[in-house]
Design a protein around this ligand. Structure first.
Ligand SMILES: Cc1ncc(COP(=O)(O)O)c(C=O)c1O
Length: 383
């Protein structure tokens, strides 16, 4: 068994299993990686990819390059503001009227995302000085397929101009930012595909022009932007090259989930995972663990299933995968696992595992350094 396996087992020997854990040395290494790769831009911390107040605080406190949050709902943002967080940009539009009523009474520190006249018209009803940010579409449309995601409607200059005219009708609303998320760069694995690497190169060229043009258009219309946000963990090395961008969003890179094992241009250190206890041995060469079926969102492919991590050599079974209550795995002869031992798994994505656990066990070497709550542990189920 590897020394990492023995260290983790020692650190978690008194903890229940399944348990979510974070290797603090690896987490700090990934924080340093983000800081060193920011290229002079600020880094806005993506809360959806962390989902733990204490860990968000740890990232923000680690260096002044980390400033502000990108949150995922208005209810979450109000909660975080109550806890003292500042400079909160919600990455996605909101139609949550109840939370908007609360925000209208005090719109400070929270910026709402918009890309449609309907978004503006809904906000205008509150007659409050809401802060808003425009979500610019940076996807690349190819003849039969979009290289990118379907989110913002703001792709053409004319559509942007029309929306800017709508915003001008409501002088109480304050346009303070622009964001373009190049999901096809940040979120697409490319290590095993020359085609993806080629498409990414092509798309980066196109999106750089479009982002610069659109920001220029906003400024020409008389709006003074406080920030231009771009990117994610997977695109930091290209987003930082854009002059017009003032800040890059990073979240999932801190935990380094399995999807980031498949990027060509950078290597992160696996930091977060979860234990499963061995509860059965149905046949020689097989173990069955309790729990494990924590499937990641998005396109339905095998990679979205958790991956056995330690000890090295365990494999999920194609017919069963990771199960709702039980997960069988093949276990090579040289690995000796007994009933009650634990195995370590990694989630495909970063924040979603936190929805399965109330706490995260913080490991340093073979020591348990502490336990912090996830959003779920704080009684918050956001999405
Ligand atoms: C608007 C936006 N920015 C940035 C990101 C990337 O965040 P991360 O670094 O957590 O992958 C995402 C991820 O979906 C996003 O939706």
């Amino acid at each position: 068994m590897s020394s990492l396996y023995s260290q983790y087992v020692e650190a978690l020997k008194d903890s229940p299993s399944p348990a979510l854990y974070l290797d603090l040395n690896a987490f700090e290494k990934n924080i340093s990686w983000a800081k060193e790769n920011a290229g002079g831009k600020k880094i806005r911390v993506a809360t959806k990819s962390i989902r733990s107040v204490e860990l968000i605080k740890k990232v923000l406190a680690s260096n002044s390059v980390f400033q502000g949050l990108m949150t995922f709902t208005l209810a979450e943002s109000l909660w975080l503001r109550d806890l003292g967080f500042k400079d909160i940009l919600i990455g996605y539009p909101t139609v949550d009227r109840k939370s908007l009523e609360i925000l209208a009474r005090n719109p400070q520190e929270i910026t709402l995302m918009v890309d449609l006249p309907e978004h503006i018209e809904l906000l205008a009803k509150y007659n409050a000085p809401f802060r808003i940010c425009l979500d610019l579409d940076l996807s690349m449309d190819l003849p039969f397929v979009r290289f990118g995601v379907y989110r913002s409607a703001l792709q053409k200059l004319e559509t942007l101009q029309a929306l800017l005219s709508v915003i001008k009708k409501y002088p109480q609303i304050r346009l303070v930012g622009a964001m373009g998320y190049e999901a096809q760069i940040a979120g697409v694995m490319d290590k095993e595909s020359w085609l993806m690497r080629f498409l990414k190169k092509l798309s980066i060229k196109q999106l750089r022009k479009r982002r610069a043009l659109m920001v220029e258009e906003i400024q020409k219309a008389g709006f003074k932007l406080e920030f231009v946000n771009g990117g994610g963990t997977g695109s930091i090395q290209s987003t930082r090259e854009e002059k017009v961008v003032t800040e890059i969003t990073v979240g999932s890179g801190f935990f380094a989930p399995v999807l980031f094992d498949h990027y060509q241009d950078f290597t992160l250190t696996p930091a977060m995972g979860f234990t499963l206890p061995v509860v059965r041995k149905p046949l020689p060469g097989l173990i069955t663990c309790l729990g494990g079926g924590y499937i990641a969102s998005g396109e339905n492919v095998a990679l979205k299933t958790p991956t056995p991590y330690l000890p090295h050599g365990l494999k999920l079974l194609a017919n069963e995968g990771a199960g709702e209550v039980q997960t069988p795995m093949s276990c090579p002869q040289n690995i000796s696992l007994n009933i009650g031992d634990v195995v370590f798994m990694r989630h495909a994505k970063a924040g979603e595992a936190c929805e399965r656990f109330s706490h995260i066990h913080l490991i340093r070497g073979s020591q348990l350094e502490g336990v912090v709550a996830t959003y779920r542990g704080d009684g918050q189920t956001i999405l």
